[in-house]
Write a protein that binds this ligand. Sequence first.
Ligand code: SF4
Length: 236
Amino acid sequence: MVTIKKNPTAIQAEFIERWNTELDRSTPEEILQWAYTTYSPKLTMGTALGNSGCVILSMLAKLNLYIPIFNLDTGYQFPETLELLDQINTKYGLGIVRCSSEISVTEFETINGGALYELDSDRCCYERKVKVLESIAPKYDAWISGLRRDQSSTRASTPVIGWDAKFGLVKIAPLAHWTNKDVWKRIVEESIPYNKLYDQGYTSIGCKPCTRPTTANEDERAGRWAGKQKTECGLH
Ligand code: SF4
């Protein structure tokens, strides 16, 4: 197992770069198997139960790669997302855990004089998501995410294996080179549970107050923080 903490050494950075090149055209299953062999038990996955995440979860189960998996539960997720989490746990036995801030939404809004997602969405994302991951990250060496290059222009150069300087972890994106079409093909072929909001015009699903359905010509992530400059929550 390769142990990497914040600020990788030159040798560790070289290791990441080499495997990023070697695995760039590998199948997601091969990438997941490599991640497990290299980093487990210090390997985790974060998921908001998007379509890519659901495909990766099904692959982990199929490959019998049981790792700790977390969902950052902001308190603002759609009920459909929470139902899906239960459904996936029942179907695949993955034991996805909901991790949240110690401060309830009610208390959080009282402290901040109202809904912080309206007043300062960057700080809301930091408090409800990033800070929670900051408390989880030190236990691990690597994490898996569902990022894909075709999701938006800001994700176009997502590496399969990269260094996540924000959290001091190796970041693995097994579906980096897949398209939205590839993901849906697999969901249909294997009857993988997915968020039913996709059937209502949503193409990327985050927190309820900050997500709307998209129209045909929009980016997959255009419905996230629509009308604001913000495109990411600070996790990626
Ligand atoms: S997506 Fe919206 S509600 Fe969720 S944490 Fe960020 S600002 Fe808050």
